[in-house]
Design a protein around this ligand. Structure first.
Ligand SMILES: [Zn+2]
Length: 195
């Protein structure tokens, strides 16, 4: 899996032009058909799409090019999952969050539990990303531990990204910087982006 932009014409141009790097070996990815259709539940409604598949000219590995609206192995859009995380850090329980977002309570509970488990790994990842994007960045002030600190690091990395590359929705930045792995069960491959 590799996270790319959602603009399919741009992804196609990058793929054909040899501008996308293999997440395993950094070799050049070329076109390799499409993955099966998937449905991503967004605030704006269900989005049906077929992700592009790519093959590495170096290691011959194949990768699904997943739009940054998604996280790996989650059917809901990253902005929906992000809204649940923000509400939880704001003190709301998983049931009212689920009712408001129109998502089953068990699904929201699963996201929040996984985010809590991954919180320290994500705090470190997004702090590193923020510093890489903005070397002038000052220290990130602790926000109260656990998920709050992870969310603060996400916000700081998002601001650093926007300063450098221009406006972009923060949760899509999160998908890119975490290689889709924000809620991954195994975060040990996070540094390499190999899922
Ligand atoms: Zn490769």
């Amino acid at each position: 899996m590799k996270i790319v932009g959602v603009e399919q014409a741009l992804v196609e141009a990058e793929l054909v032009g040899g501008l996308l790097a293999c997440p395993s070996c950094q070799g050049t990815l070329g076109p390799w058909g499409h993955a099966r259709e998937r449905v991503t539940r967004r605030f704006s409604g269900d989005w049906r799409w077929r992700p592009r598949r790519a093959r590495c000219r170096g290691c011959q590995g194949t990768h699904v090019l997943l739009a940054d609206l998604c996280l790996l192995r989650r059917q809901d859009g990253v902005e929906v999952i992000g809204a649940a995380i923000e509400a939880r850090v704001g003190g709301e329980g998983h049931r009212p969050i689920a009712a408001r977002l129109g998502v089953p309570a068990g699904t929201v509970r699963g996201w929040l539990r996984r985010f809590a488990v991954n919180a320290e790994v994500m705090r470190v990842l997004f702090t590193r990303s923020a510093v890489a994007l903005d070397p002038e960045l000052g220290p990130i002030v602790p926000a109260g531990g656990g998920v709050a600190d992870a969310l603060e690091a996400i916000a700081v990395a998002g601001r650093a990204w926007v300063l450098r590359f221009g406006p972009w929705p923060v949760w899509r930045i999160v998908s890119r910087l975490s290689a889709g792995g924000l809620l991954a069960r195994n975060t040990s491959s996070l540094a390499t982006g190999r899922w």
